[in-house]
Design a protein around this ligand. Structure first.
Ligand code: CCH
Length: 292
């Protein structure tokens, strides 16, 4: 009962709802930061903490929160995530019983739900590991590559083609930063709202390679203010992926359902079943549900 030991009492949903509420409150305390919300960068933290999972060796994933340690903090894919970890650090001080892995993944769930996205089932039980648990660099996807690379990376985590497309829809949120990834710009006109706009734009806008000094990325021909990564564009160049892109563009509730399932599973990768404090995940309430 590692989680129980860490908490010092039996962990209850109410305790984690309190943490959720604090995260939800600080999302909008971002001032001039980006588009005024820490939500997108917190989603990216939850994903990068989890997406190191390798099903063959059963290593990586969110269990040990190894991004706290160098060299993982310094892996190129994690550039900029010190901001997200820093935003959550005061919560770790306030709720010292929560593990970093639980805190980071719960923050990702709060960011999705508060941005108008689907409910994402979540449960507690991750424990803090050690530097020796850090996985090798190169487990997260490289945006400069194509469909084969996406399959290699996500199949390694145990996901299928439909789930690859569903997870990519998170790019409705946030933006690329030159000083983090080298890429630049948002995917949608509403980067703090969780919608199926990523798929609509990907399918319906005309995309052209941007002429600039940075890495190869696409821009929309009409406004030149939106972007797609080569890996995003790969989703409409492949028949199997494109079929799912079309389905999610046409039906936002289908996207919400599939995203929720895939993201919930992503956040649980690599956590031994015996560590979960409950056999079925919880549903955290949004702030607005609690004030109604
Ligand atoms: Fe992503 N993502 N992502 N992504 N990502 C970037 C930003 C965000 C790839 C590359 C990039 C997922 C999948 C992929 C978010 C969520 C998810 C950036 C810009 C790159 C590059 C980083 C920067 O410069 O700040 C690639 C390749 C893949 C392959 O599939 C998945 C899965 C998720 C979540 C489910 C979010 C959110 C952002 C915005 C972060 C921000 O700070 O605004």
């Amino acid at each position: 009962q590692a989680a129980k030991a860490a908490v010092g009492k039996t962990p209850k949903l109410e305790d984690y709802q309190q943490v959720y509420n604090k995260v939800a409150q600080l999302l909008d305390e971002a001032g001039d930061y980006d588009d005024g919300s820490y939500g997108p960068v917190l989603v990216r933290l939850a994903w990068h903490a989890s997406g190191t999972y390798d099903k063959e060796t059963n290593t990586g994933g969110s269990n040990y929160a190894t991004m706290r340690f160098n060299p993982e903090a310094l892996h190129g894919a994690n550039n900029g995530l010190a901001i997200a970890r820093g935003v959550l650090e005061p919560l770790k001080k306030e709720f010292s019983w929560i593990s970093y892995g639980d805190l980071w993944t719960l923050a990702g769930v709060a960011a999705i739900q508060e941005a108008g996205g689907p409910k994402v089932p979540w449960r507690a039980g991750r424990i803090d590991g050690f530097e020796k648990d850090v996985t090798p660099d190169g487990r997260l996807p490289d945006a400069a590559q194509g469909g084969d690379h996406l399959r290699n990376i996500f199949y390694r985590m145990g996901f299928n083609d439909q789930e690859i497309v569903a997870l990519a829809g998170a790019h409705a949120l946030g933006r690329c930063h030159v000083d983090r990834s080298g890429f630049e710009g948002p995917w949608t006109f509403s980067p703090t709202s969780f919608t199926n706009e990523f798929y609509n734009l990907l399918l319906n806008e005309k995309w052209q390679w941007r002429k600039w000094n940075g890495p190869k990325q696409l821009e929309d021909k009409k406004t030149k203010s939106l972007m797609m990564l080569p890996t995003d564009y790969a989703l409409i160049q492949d028949k199997s992926f494109k079929k799912t892109v079309q389905a999610y563009a046409a039906d936002e509730s289908l996207f919400f359902k599939d995203f929720s399932a895939a993201f919930a599973r992503l956040l649980e990768l690599g956590v031994p079943t015996s560590q979960w404090v409950t056999s079925t995940p919880w549903e955290l309430k949004t702030l607005s549900e609690q004030t109604e």
